[in-house]
Design a protein around this ligand. Structure first.
Ligand code: 13P
Ligand code: ZN
Length: 273
């Protein structure tokens, strides 16, 4: 079995292809990382054909992720090209025990480096790994147009954006009853954005990046992709209704509570009136 036939590589390639088809990844927009299990590291290790790359400083220290391996998209790689040549567009990265350096184990066969948002991904992995008892493994960043549009229409607070989404589609309070975090407009790839996101990730499994996109996490590719899709769909309905002249009615706070209760999830009550 080749590296590209490993289920985790196939899963990540499929997510990239699906995200591209949704229109969420213009050019090189977006990035994904997956934190491997011990078994997946061993399955990958025996298929490696190259010597490891040089250790490179991360610029941050995350000992809680020491020794972990991550499958990631490469910086500047176009999502639409990922299925054509995963060995070029993707990479497998190993962190040292101190969690302050990384080295390349596979991928980027034509050169390059991991996503420019690697610091954000790793900080978020660290926070979500702790928050979920190790269950969270996927970080997915995309540029869906309607969630970006919503950040021009609504107040940029966790409460305003979460409530606007819940009010727009009954699926929203079911899929993200905890709401979404929101960070302001910051330089892509910056440590400021990485740190602000990971602060929000302590409480939320998805964070809206104002005028930029969305960061969604989950235990597997389906859950992270599904969260991205559901947030974006609710944003799309909100924007469609706004475009059509505004809502005559919307899902009320009482209805949001009833939906959450009906499917046995805990709604973040302080976001309701
Ligand atoms: P990368 O190509 O470096 O992953 O950057 C894309 C992006 O969306 C930055 O926020
Ligand atoms: Zn981006």
């Amino acid at each position: 079995m080749k590296m590209t036939e490993l289920p985790i590589v196939e899963g990540l390639v499929r997510l990239c292809a699906d995200g591209w088809q949704q229109g969420w990844h213009e050019r090189n927009g977006g990035n994904v990382t997956y934190r491997l299990t011990r078994e997946e590291i061993e399955a990958a290790r025996i298929r490696l054909t190259r010597l490891p790359g040089e250790w490179k400083a991360l610029g941050i220290s995350l000992p809680e992720l020491g020794g972990e391996w991550f499958l990631a998209t490469g910086s500047g790689k176009f999502f639409r090209n990922v299925p054509l040549c995963p060995e070029d567009a993707l990479c497998l990265v190993e962190l040292n025990e101190a969690g302050d350096s990384w080295r390349l184990r596979w991928g980027l066969c034509n050169g390059g480096k991991p996503t420019s948002e690697l610091a954000a991904h790793l900080l978020n992995h660290s926070v979500r790994k702790a928050a979920t008892g190790g269950a969270c493994r996927v970080m997915y960043h995309a540029h869906p147009a309607h969630i970006v549009a919503l950040t021009f229409l609504e107040e940029l607070t966790d409460k305003a954006i979460s409530r606007a989404l819940w009010q727009s589609e009954t699926e929203a309070p079911m899929v993200f009853p905890g709401g979404v975090g929101v960070v302001g407009c910051m330089v892509p790839g910056s440590m400021e954005l990485a740190r602000a996101s990971s602060e929000k990730m302590k409480e939320y499994d998805a964070v809206v990046w104002a005028h930029h996109g969305l960061f969604a996490s989950g235990p597997d590719f389906d859950t992270a992709f599904g969260l991205m899709h559901t947030v974006e769909k609710a944003a799309q309905v909100r924007v469609l209704v706004t475009n059509a002249g505004g809502a005559r009615q919307q899902i009320t706070d009482e209805e949001i509570r009833a939906i959450a209760e009906g499917c046995g999830v805990q709604i973040r009550e302080e976001f309701l009136l």
